[in-house]
Design a protein around this ligand. Structure first.
Ligand SMILES: *[C@@H]1O[C@H](CO)[C@@H](O)[C@H](O)[C@H]1NC(C)=O
Ligand SMILES: *[C@@H]1O[C@H](CO)[C@@H](O)[C@H](O)[C@H]1NC(C)=O
Length: 372
């Protein structure tokens, strides 16, 4: 039950030490999520690639956003998760001709917020992309009126004030955090900027650590599609500090698949040991591999990595001792017409296990897999 879930903010005295290599003084608290007290189960729904704000100037675009809200609502009603992860490409910023894309970001959060469920989000390559003028606008119907944020009515589309640059990751995240008590998202250590969504959420069960959730910004939009060496170092440092003996299992979330996904991708049909239902595209991997995968495969406590980005893939495949999983395209925005759904994770305490399945918009369930 979502309403019995709660979370706390701990100011841990050893954390300033822990983060001092990469973090400014503003980020010295750690947010902790907690499993449902009575059943010791922590259930997560992943909403991937919602792409709110697409073609906002047509009837089609806003209708897609309404449809995406229906998908999320259906999943939340069927699963009653304790937590939601927004796995990037929450909005299609390159289609948003207004100053503040947080308005669309906020719509995407609304089904989760209205049910009182806490969440965390990471960035995808579309979230802070600059607005791209659609070529159709210059054809017969003419150019739609744009809402520019200048005080002065004689606005100039080239003026500093007219925000066609897209809303920065930092602004999007700050708006989310400032306006939502249920958001457990963080802006991450300043040393890792322009990557913003880099943080860890320990999940407790019975006041004991159940699992650590790591969120990383895999770039794209205003900078290259990579998990940088600095992010890899930060991950190594923090994970060794808060989980030195690797006793607490760890899960990792980012948007764009790393190149390792290509190595395990099923060739045609999905077959064991992979589990999934659609394998319709080539893996669209990050531009470069800068060390994070090497670190992850060497840590036995890492159980799985979850990514979105490819709307036509929903499989999980083993890679060394961990699993590489795609989410499931949740939004009606974005390319592809494969049926929409959400990857669900269920983490059980005592005995410990992690299982996952895909819940579709129509309520059906498939592709169940045990990840640990
Ligand atoms: C952008 O939108 C958010 C949420 O809708 C709001 O809190 C914030 O004040 C807005 N920022 C600006 C600069 O208008
Ligand atoms: C808008 O620009 C005009 C002419 O440049 C100026 O007279 C006026 O004061 C400006 N208005 C505001 C609200 O800045």
């Amino acid at each position: 039950m979502a309403c019995s879930f709660y979370f706390t903010v701990l100011s841990l005295s050893y954390l300033p030490l822990l983060f001092q290599a990469t973090v400014g003084s503003s980020d010295q608290q750690m947010v902790v999520a907690q499993s449902t007290p009575e059943d010791h189960v922590f259930k997560i729904a992943i909403f991937a690639d919602l792409h709110f704000g697409e073609d906002a100037w047509t009837d089609w675009g806003p209708e897609q956003d309404v449809n995406s809200i229906k998908v999320m609502s259906s999943v939340l009603e069927n699963e009653s998760p304790d937590f939601v992860v927004y796995l990037g490409d929450v909005i299609t910023a390159n289609n948003i001709p207004i100053a503040n894309a947080s308005l669309y970001w906020d719509q995407a959060l609304s089904p989760t917020r209205s049910r009182g469920i806490p969440w965390a989000s990471v960035f995808g390559n579309h979230d802070d992309a600059p607005f791209e003028w659609p070529i159709e606008w210059f054809a017969a119907p003419g150019i739609p009126r744009l809402l520019c944020p200048v005080q002065n009515s004689s606005y100039s589309i080239l003026g500093e004030e007219c925000s066609f640059r897209g809303t920065s990751r930092l602004e999007l995240m700050k708006n989310e955090m400032d306006n939502n008590v249920l958001s457990l998202s963080r802006t991450g250590p300043e040393g890792l900027w322009p990557g913003i969504s880099n943080y860890v959420l320990p999940v407790l069960s019975n006041d004991k650590p159940l699992v650590h959730l790591y969120f990383l910004d895999s770039g794209g939009g205003t900078y290259p599609e990579v998990v940088s060496t600095a992010q890899a170092d930060w991950f190594k440092h923090v994970s060794e500090e808060i989980n030195p003996d690797g006793r607490v299992p760890e899960l990792v979330f980012w948007h764009i698949p790393s190149k390792a996904y290509r190595k395990v991708a099923p060739k045609f049909r999905i077959h064991k040991p992979c589990v999934g239902s659609i394998n319709k595209e080539k893996v669209a991997a990050q531009e470069a591999e800068m060390g994070i995968m090497k670190i992850l495969v060497k840590r036995p406590s890492i159980k799985a990595v979850f990514v979105g980005h490819n709307h036509g893939l929903d499989w999980c495949c083993p890679y060394r001792k961990l699993w590489l999983c795609f989410a499931r395209h949740t939004g009606y925005g974005g390319y592809g017409n494969w049926a929409r759904g959400s990857r669900i994770l269920q983490i059980n305490d005592d005995p410990f296990s992690i299982s996952s399945w895909i819940r579709m918009e129509d309520g059906s369930v498939h592709s169940e897999v045990i990840l640990s």
